[in-house]
Write a protein that binds this ligand. Structure first.
Ligand code: BES
Ligand code: MN
Ligand code: ZN
Length: 477
C-alpha cells in the first residue's frame, strides 16, 4: 500500500519518530532521557549509522546522514538508509511514522519519506492471503516547518505514479495484453485530467503503421496505439513535448526466438517504457504542471505465430521507409519507429522515447544507469542529466555519430533492423533516428526498468524507472 504523506505541526509523544541528523547534531530538543542521551552518544562514538530506541509505546530512530560527496549523493544515501529502516518498520508492524530533520532540512525529509514510501511497495494481487502479507506502514507524517505543503502533495502524486508504473510492469501477459495496457492508460490518465484516445487495429492499419503491424502479426491479440494528452490552458510551451513509450507486453523474440536460457524470464517488463510514459503523464497532469505534453504508446506482444513476421521480410513503415528485418527480436525499434514518425505531425519542440530496447544498454551500465542519445541540444541533455542526478536515475550519453549508420545499411532496403555485434545500444538508437525530424532524446532503460533481486527502494521486479526522472525534468523546465 502506498503510505499517505502528511504534514504535521507537532510531534505527539507516542509517534514513532525518525530523526535525520548527523553525529554533531544537538538532539536535546527531542527531550531524550539521561539514559537515552548516553546511549545515543555511545552509538555515535561506535560510528553507528542508525540508532534505535525502544520506548514503551513507540520507537525512535536516529539516522546519521553525514556522508555523500555532493548534494545529490547525500540525498541518495538518505533514500538508501530509508530502505534499510523500512525493514525495521515492517518487522515491528509500525503503521505510522513521523519524519523530521534536526536542522529542519526539507530536502532531507523529502528524500527520506520518498525512500521509505518507495520501499513499502508490494505486488500482491495474485496472493490469496494478500491482506496478511501487506506491509503495515500506511502513513508518513512530516514534521518540518520549511517543508512546503505543495511538496507533500507532489510526493503523494509521484509515489502514486511510480506505484502504478510498477504495477503495470509487474502484470504478466495473461492480464496485460496490448488492449489491457491501453485501457489501463486510459483509466489512469483520464482520472488525472488527460485526454486519452486509443487506436485499434483497423485505425492502425489505415495509418499504415507497418512496423507495429509487422511485430503484431505473430500475435493472437490485436495491437493498440494510445495517445495521451495533457494540455492545460496555462501551458508555457506553444509546441508540445512528446513522450513515446515502448509497449511490448511480452517479448519472446518472435521467430528469432530468444536463444539463451532465462533470457525470456523477465520479458513481461518489455513495456517498461510505456509504464514510464503512463506514470509520467499521470503525475504531470495530477500536479497540473503548466506544460503541453503528449504521450504515445504503441503496444503489442512479440511472438512466433503462423503469420509472424520473418527474418528477411521487408516492411514499409509509417514514414514510408523500407526496413529489412534480419532479427524479429529487434522488435522494439520497429514499433517505436512508427510512433516517432507519427509524432511529426504535432511539430514537437522535443520528443523523448523510453524503451527497454537493448541488452547492450544493460551490458553497458547494469542497473545503475540509463543510456541516452539523440539530437536534442546540449542544453536539454545537460538539464536531463541534472534531473538524473537529482532523482538518482542517472544518465550516460552515447554518441549518434554518422559512422554508425553504415552498420544498419541494407542491401535490399533503406535500412535494416540490426547492426551487428558491436555498439548494439547505439545502432538501435541510430535506427530510431531515421524516424525523427525534430529534437529528440532516446532513453534505453533496459538496465533499470526491472530488477531480479530486491536490495533497494527501487523494489524487486518493476521499478517504475523514468517516472521520477521525467517529472523532475518537466517540473524544472
Ligand atoms: N526487449 C529486448 C531488450 C532487453 C534485453 C530488455 C534484456 C531488457 C533486458 C529487445 O527487444 C531485444 O530483444 N533486443 C535485442 C536486439 C538484438 C536482436 C539486435 C538484444 O538486445 O539482444
Ligand atoms: Mn526483442
Ligand atoms: Zn523487446
Amino acid at each position: 500500500m502506498k503510505p499517505t504523506i502528511k504534514k504535521t505541526d507537532k510531534i505527539n509523544p507516542n509517534d514513532n519518530l525518525i530523526i535525520i541528523g548527523s553525529k554533531k547534531s544537538d538532539y536535546s530538543k527531542f527531550r531524550f532521557s539521561k539514559d537515552e542521551t548516553g546511549y545515543i552518544k555511545n552509538c555515535i562514538k561506535n560510528k553507528d549509522k542508525q540508532i534505535s530506541i525502544n520506548r514503551y509505546k513507540c520507537w525512535v530512530y536516529i539516522i546519521l546522514a553525514d556522508e555523500g560527496k555532493d548534494k545529490f549523493q547525500k540525498l541518495e544515501l538518505i533514500r538508501k538508509v530509508a530502505y534499510k529502516l523500512h525493514a525495521a518498520v515492517k518487522a515491528r508492524k509500525l503503521k505510522s511514522v513521523c519524519v523530521t530533520d534536526v536542522a529542519g532540512n526539507a530536502g532531507n525529509v523529502f528524500a527520506f519519506a520518498e525512500g521509505l514510501a518507495l520501499s513499502n511497495y508490494q505486488f500482491l494481487k495474485y496472493f490469496k492471503d494478500a491482506k496478511k502479507k501487506e506491509s503495515s506502514l500506511s502513513e508518513i507524517l512530516i514534521y518540518c516547518k520549511k517543508f512546503p505543503t505543495k511538496e507533500a502533495d507532489k510526493l503523494n502524486i509521484l509515489l502514486e505514479a511510480v506505484y502504478c508504473a510498477r504495477n503495470l510492469v509487474n502484470e504478466p501477459l495473461s492480464f496485460l495484453s496490448a488492449t489491457q495496457l491501453a485501457a489501463e492508460a486510459k483509466d489512469l490518465c483520464t482520472k488525472a485530467g488527460c485526454k486519452v484516445e486509443i487506436f485499434e487495429k483497423k485505425k492502425i492499419e489505415s495509418l499504415k503503421m507497418g512496423g507495429l503491424l509487422a511485430v503484431n502479426r505473430g500475435s493472437i491479440d490485436p495491437p493498440t496505439f494510445t495517445i495521451i494528452e495533457w494540455k492545460p490552458a496555462n501551458a508555457k510551451n506553444k509546441k508540445p513535448y512528446i513522450l513515446v513509450g515502448k509497449g511490448i507486453v511480452f517479448d519472446t523474440g518472435g521467430l528469432s526466438l530468444k536463444p539463451t536460457p532465462g533470457s525470456m524470464d523477465a520479458m513481461k517488463s518489455d513495456m517498461g517504457g510505456a509504464a514510464a510514459v503512463i506514470g509520467t503523464m499521470y503525475s504531470i497532469a495530477k500536479a497540473k504542471l503548466p506544460v503541453h505534453i503528449i504521450g504515445l504508446i504503441p503496444a503489442t506482444d512479440n511472438r512466433p505465430g503462423q503469420n509472424a513476421y520473418a527474418p528477411q521480410d521487408i516492411i514499409k513503415m509509417h514514414n514510408g521507409l523500407h526496413v529489412e528485418v534480419l532479427n524479429t527480436d529487434a522488435e522494439g525499434r520497429m514499433i517505436l519507429a512508427d510512433a516517432l514518425s507519427y509524432a511529426q505531425q504535432f511539430k514537437p519542440i522535443l520528443v523523448i522515447d523510453l524503451a527497454t530496447l537493448t541488452g547492450a544498454a544493460t551490458i553497458a551500465t547494469g542497473q545503475h544507469g540509463i543510456v541516452a542519445m539523440g539530437t536534442a541540444s546540449e542544453k536539454i541533455f545537460s538539464q536531463l542529466k541534472k534531473s538524473g542526478f537529482a532523482v538518482y536515475e542517472r544518465i550516460v550519453e552515447l554518441p549518434v555519430w554518422d559512422e554508425y549508420d553504415e552498420m544498419i545499411k541494407s542491401d535490399v532496403a533503406d535500412i535494416k533492423n540490426v547492426g551487428g555485434r558491436e555498439a548494439g545500444a547505439i545502432t538501435a538508437g541510430k535506427f530510431l533516428q531515421h524516424f525523427t525530424k525534430y529534437p529528440w532524446i532516446h532513453l534505453d532503460i533496459a538496465g533499470s526498468a526491472y530488477l531480479d533481486e530486491p536490495g533497494s527502494y527501487r523494489g524487486k521486479a518493476g521499478t517504475g524507472a523514468g517516472v521520477r526522472l521525467l517529472f523532475e525534468f518537466f517540473e524544472k523546465i
